[in-house]
Design a protein around this ligand. Structure first.
Ligand code: 5AD
Ligand code: SF4
Length: 470
C-alpha cells in the first residue's frame, strides 16, 4: 500500500504561493521585509522537521533570522520527552509575550511534540493565550495552509490530529549545513517503553518507501550533501508494514551505493532487535560511520523488564561486545536514565557494571521524568529526589571516566574529518567531525568547510581533540 500523499503536497504548495503573495503585500504596505525565526527543542527528528518548517517560511517569502529578537513570526518546534523541555518552552513563551506587547503584529506559533500531549496543550491555550497558531506532529505538513490563514488575519488557530497514516513528501527545505543532512526513513514508534511519551505524541511507526528515500538522498547529493543521517526511533524495524519493502541493512547498502555520498550515519538502533546483518553491513561498508548509538537506559534486568525494553543486562553486554569485536574502531554511545520507579542502589550497580564492561565512548545521562499518560507515571514507587541525585552522580562520573579512556585510544592517530564550521573560540581554527562522531579542532579557514580532510589527533582533551592537518 502506498502511503505517500501526492495530492496533499500539491495542495500545500498552493498555500505556499498564496502566502508569498500575502507576504509581498504586507512588505509593500510596511516598507520592510517580513522576518521569521524557528526555535528548535529536542532530538534530531525535530531538527530535521525545523529545516522543513524553515524551508516553508523562506519559500513563503520570509527572511529567516537566527535570533527571535526582531522576528515578525516566531515558531517554536517543541519537545516533551522530559518535563524540562516543557519548562524551557514556557520560559521562551514568557519572553515572546513581552516582545508581542511591544509589537502587537508579531505572530507566535507552537508546534511539534508538546501540543500532542493534552494537558500541555490545555496549558498553552489557557496560560499563553496570545499564541496565534498551534499544530502537532501529525499535521506538520499542513504548516503552509496554517501560515496562509495567519497571514490572512486569522488568529487562534489550533489543529492537532491524534494520528496520521499519510506521509507527505517534497515540501521545501532549508538545510542548516549545506554538506550534511538528516533524512527521515520512518516516523513514530511502536515500542511503548513504559516511561516514554514518544509513541503517544509521534504516533505509530510508519516507514517511508525506500525508493522515495533513495530519490531524496540522490537529490541531496546533487546539491552538495556528502553525509546523511538516516533518522527513525528504531531504524531496525524499517520496512515493517510495507509489503515487499527492503530491510534496514539493505537500505543502508543502497544508500552507500549512491555516488558522491561519502558518509552515512543512522540513529537510533534499539538493542532488542539489532541484527547480525546490520553489524555485517556496517563492517563491510566503509562509508558507514564508525558510530553506533545504542540506548541502554538501565543495566538492571529487572528494571529493563519493567521498562518494556525486551533485553537483559547480559544480552546488552553480549551485543555491545560482539559489535566491538566485529568492528574494532567503532564508537558506542548510549542513553542512560536514572530514577525509574522502584530503582534501588543494586539496580544502579548493574548499570555501573554495564558501563564498566562496555566502556561507552559517550553517554547521555537523564533523570527519569514522569510523563503524563505513560504506565510508569501511574506507579506509586517513584524514587526520592535525594536517591536520584546520588544515582545520577555515580553514573555520570563513571560514564565520563569511560569516555575519557576511550578517547585517549585514538590520540596520535590520523583520521578523516568532515569540516563543519569555523571554530568559535579559537581564531584560525576549524572544527571537524570524525567518523566516530568525535570532534577535532585544527588550524584552517572557512574554505575548508564541507571538505573531508585527514587530521592527526595530536592531543585528546577529554571529549574532543586538538589536531593538525597531514
Ligand atoms: N524521562 C527521562 N528520560 C527519558 N527518555 C525518554 N523518556 C524519558 C523520560 N520519561 C530518554 C531515553 C531516550 C532518550 C531519547 O530520552 O533515554 O533514549
Ligand atoms: Fe521512546 Fe522506547 Fe520508542 Fe525510544 S524506543 S522513542 S525510548 S518508546
Amino acid at each position: 500500500m502506498k502511503n505517500t500523499d501526492v495530492r496533499e503536497t500539491i495542495a500545500q504548495r498552493e498555500y505556499v504561493n498564496k502566502s508569498r503573495e500575502l507576504v509581498l503585500k504586507k512588505e509593500d504596505e510596511s516598507g520592510k521585509r517580513l522576518t521569521a525565526s524557528v526555535v528548535t527543542f529536542g532530538c534530531q527528528m525535530n531538527a530535521r522537521d525545523s529545516e522543513k518548517l524553515a524551508g516553508i517560511l523562506v519559500s513563503s517569502g520570509f527572511e529567516l533570522l537566527e535570533d527571535t529578537e526582531d522576528a515578525d513570526f516566531v515558531l517554536y518546534n517543541t519537545c516533551t520527552v522530559r518535563d524540562n523541555a516543557n519548562q524551557k518552552l514556557y520560559g521562551h513563551l514568557g519572553e515572546a509575550l513581552a516582545r508581542k506587547k511591544k509589537n502587537p503584529d508579531m505572530m507566535v506559533a507552537v508546534c511539534g511534540c508538546l501540543p500532542q500531549e493534552p494537558t500541555a496543550l490545555e496549558k498553552i491555550k489557557k496560560s499563553y493565550s496570545f499564541v496565534d497558531l498551534i499544530f502537532g506532529t501529525h499535521n506538520l505538513y499542513a504548516f503552509p495552509e496554517y501560515l496562509s490563514r495567519l497571514l490572512s488575519g486569522e488568529r487562534h488557530i489550533c489543529e492537532i490530529f491524534d494520528h496520521t497514516d499519510n506521509i507527505v513528501e517534497d515540501l521545501p527545505v532549508i538545510r542548516k549545513y549545506p554538506f550534511k543532512s538528516g533524512v527521515n526513513i520512518m516516523f513514530g514508534c511502536n515500542n511503548f517503553c513504559t516511561y516514554c511519551i514518544v509513541p503517544y505524541v509521534r504516533g505509530r511507526e510508519r516507514s517511508r518507501e525506500s525508493a522515495d528515500i533513495i530519490e531524496e538522498i540522490k537529490n541531496l547529493q546533487k546539491t552538495g550533501v556528502k553525509e546523511v543521517m538516516l533518522l527513525g526511533q528504531n531504524v531496525n524495524s524499517y520496512g515493517n508494514g510495507i509489503d515487499g519493502e527492503i530491510s534496514f541493512p539493505e537500505l543502508l547498502k543502497r544508500v552507500c551505493d549512491i555516488d558522491g555520498i561519502e558518509r552515512v550515519r543512522f540513529m537510533t538502533s534499539h538493542p532488542k532487535d539489532l541484527s547480525d546483518d546490520l553489524i555485517a553491513v556496517i563492517k563491510n561498508e566503509p562509508k558507514i560511520c564508525r558510530h553506533l548509538h545504542l540506548p541502554l537506559q538501565s543495566g538492571s534486568s529487572r528494571i529493563l523488564k519493567e521498562m518494556n525494553r525486551h533485553y537483559t543486562k547480559e544480552q546488552f553486554i553480549d551485543l555491545a561486545l560482539k559489535i566491538r569485536n566485529e568492528i574494532e574502531d567503532i564508537a558506542i554511545t548510549t542513553d542512560i536514565m536514572v530514577g525509574f520507579p522502584s530503582e534501588t542502589e543494586s539496580d544502579i550497580e548493574d548499570t555501573l557494571d554495564v558501563i564498566r564492561d562496555v566502556e561507552f565512548d559517550n553517554a547521555f545521562t537523564f533523570i527519569y521524568s514522569k510523563r503524563m499518560g505513560t504506565p510508569a507515571a501511574k506507579r506509586e514507587d517513584q524514587v526520592s529526589e535525594e536517591n536520584v541525585k546520588m544515582y545520577f552522580d555515580k553514573v555520570l562520573s563513571l560514564v565520563q571516566e569511560s569516555a575519557k579512556k576511550r578517547a585517549l585510544i585514538w590520540q596520535g592517530k590520523t583520521f578523516d574529518a568532515l569540516v563543519e564550521e569555523v571554530n568559535q573560540s579559537t581564531e584560525g581554527f576549524v572544527t571537524g567531525r570524525l567518523s566516530n562522531n568525535m570532534l577535532v579542532h585544527f588550524k584552517g579557514d572557512e574554505s575548508l568547510i564541507g571538505n573531508i580532510v585527514p587530521v592527526k589527533l595530536d592531543e585528546c582533551r577529554g571529549f574532543y581533540y586538538i589536531g593538525s592537518r597531514v
